[in-house]
Design a protein around this ligand. Sequence first.
Ligand SMILES: Cc1ncc(COP(=O)(O)O)c(C=O)c1O
Length: 484
Amino acid sequence: MAVLPSKSNSFKYDQVSRHISGLIEKGELKPGDKAPSLRILSKQLGVSISTVSQAYLNLEDQGVLNAKPQSGFFINTIVNPNNSIAKKTSPAGKPRKVKFGDLFEEIFISANNPRIVPFGTSKPSMEFMPVKSLTRATRSIISRYPEKCMDYCFPPGDRKLREQIALQYANTNTSVSADDIIVTSGATEALSLSIQAVAKRGDIIAVETPTYFSVLRLIEKMGLLALEIETDPKTGMELDALEDAFETMDIQAVLASPNISNPLGCLMPEEKKRALVNLLAERDVPLIEDDVYRDVYFGERSPRSSKSYDFNDMVLSCSSFSKTLAPGYRIGWIIPGRYKTKVIELKQATFSATSSINQFAMAEFLSSGQYDRHLVRLRQSMREQVEKGRFLISTHFPEGTFISMPQGGNVLWIEMPRGCNCIEIFNRALQKNIGVTPGILFSSTRKFKNHLRINCGFPWNEINIQAIVTLGKIVSDVLEEQRS
Ligand SMILES: Cc1ncc(COP(=O)(O)O)c(C=O)c1O
């Protein structure tokens, strides 16, 4: 019988957890291996099956194990299970103006350069997309409806496409009809219209922290104030912190990604999502939901849009096909609830019609029934990509590096040891033709100085693996120079 690591004042299941972690650290259990069955381990360690079960559930929570239905538990591809970002981000401060200045231009100049390793973007590689089928659908609609394709398709957009989008919500029992949807040019337009519909210059918008930089940029350009709310790396924006902020501030809207945030990859549990929607409804404050990653979840069940809890029509849910099909087609949508008339007026006055060809092509592709099958493959691929990315970064970055444990999407959020300046790392990486996104872009306060976001959506070929090795060396060099 194996002997449990003894610590008389700890729970038995903690001891079982440590036993498994010890086997991983010694290399006796490797990433991807099947963990011993509950029955065998309970016999080996002389504890009950329910103790082992509790230990495995805890290890799953920590991301060490990964449960596969009808197959048991497997070791996640993590070298050191203690390297996950676990702490909540800082409490809400003051509402602030966002001032990025030229920083974006410098950073995004590299995004279109195919010679640069694309860790700085946030999208799956086209190798994971149904390029041929979507091209076939596009060709087919152009040849069948050439005049219609060349004409305007004014808001709210193509009816067939809106019907197909509405059908997608039925998968999670969320009642959305074609009439509830307005087609937009990507999620960026949807977010921009939503903010314009509910807020005016000088108003306060509460956001997660860290938050997707384009949201901060929209806030900057619209002259609004960003209030960054404490965020849990697993469960998203903290509702207590949000409630506290409501006590002292006049918040005009909340903008959040309850379903897989960028960059943390956190997923708000359904009960917390419901509570968020109710909390805002009680205060008559709209929720702008950025839902672009909802279909790229890693768990067993599809998360629900906040719309499914929205009985007061106060959620403006924004999404697109950019992370699941074709970012270049620029097809997104908004379900604006009670703000529909305002959003249509704004769209007509600003961006007007969205590309007709691309709307019809998407509708054609969706109605062919291939989308759901594609999503199953995409989710599996992104999960593997992200796990491998964690494994590589854990191996090649210096000790003291913490890595997010995303529950979907394609990016990792990296906390490097203190003193690693992300702009220095960005510049040195660019000299080696490697793109990364510096952490300071994800807050109006520039507080994430020692953070990076890395895209794992590209296949881990030799070039990309070598780029992680080089990045790890750059981080270690910068750290050493800082310490000497
Ligand atoms: C969280 C999030 N929201 C919105 C967008 C923008 O999506 P789109 O390309 O559809 O405008 C992105 C793209 O990176 C994103 O990561």
